[in-house]
Design a protein around this ligand. Sequence first.
Ligand code: F0G
Length: 363
Amino acid sequence: FEGEAPGVWRYSAALPFDEGVSIQEGNTPLYEVPRLEDDLGVEALRIKHEGMNPTGSFKDRGMTVGVKVAKELGVGRLACASTGNTSAALAAYGSRGGMETLVLLPAGKVAAGKIAQASLHGARILEVDGNFDACLDIVQELAADGEAYLLNSLNPFRLEGQKTIGLEILEGFLADYDAVPDRIVLPVGNAGNTSALYKAFRELVQAGALAEDDVPKLTGVQAEGAAPMVEAIENGADEVRRWEDVETRATAIRIGNPVNAPKALPGIRETGGTAVSVTDEEITDAQRDLAGEGIGVEPASAASVAGLRKLRREGVVGDDERVACLTTGHLLKDPDAAAAAGADPEPVPADTDAVLAHLQDAE
Ligand code: F0G
């Protein structure tokens, strides 16, 4: 790929347009994490930190394409259901494109940073008395009635943009290791990224740019309290059963009906990957592990690293593997979760001697 535009649009050859409604999304860091790599005992570990996008999550890569399509179509109003990040990205890209946005959020289950973004970027925010899956049911019906243009990951143009995550990871590994990663581990909610990465790799294989055997094993991670994809993979099922009751601290992936499952299940299976669930405690531990390498992520993001740890423990991932973990959203998206996972501030008097005494006491 030799496009001159930065980030996502460098890959315009793989996208439906040459340029989009852009806020310079993509080109995110592929961090080295030497201590974590050692600790997990794999040949190589890199963190693809999608929290470094303009609105702090990978959603920007999809919106730059999806909102461009909406603009070309001349639609009046953009809409999405969201656990938070999609709403933040849609609000920002909608306002960039000069369009009205409507977002449906599950009441009480969206992290503070995300609501703040949707709000300041001017989205009309409806707080629904129901979970994300109920919000998505409603917004699909609104879209079918012609009330709005749907920009959830059911919109295939979103996933076109998200393919560039996979392309950047492959290019990054080729540059640093002269080989593509053996495995990509990623958090799963609606399984949009899983589907998008699989499509990107299939297109590369079809173009003769990637050997079939070299396609990275797509490995999805869900929270234990919201793990319908894991259930389907474990049972060898062709369809994913909708979970009505879902719960997890990782509110971004508090999803019981992964709408992209028909595309993602084959992606996981045909690449030789797997799916695994992790507890909220494992997610928080992984959030701390990443923070210890200077990388700040929201809980859902840390699920990838928590899942890799579990799969290493179970021997599913070998010590000879080169692995990329995707971290999907920035720490500041969910300041409450970060503060709960971190150390508490210590109150001290405004006096140097008292501060010194306090520090000595603590030692
Ligand atoms: N990680 C984060 C931080 C997310 O916000 C999401 C999805 C996912 C992972 C799951 O990605 O759907 O491609 O499997 N968030 C959506 C939202 C649902 O509304 O922001 P997926």
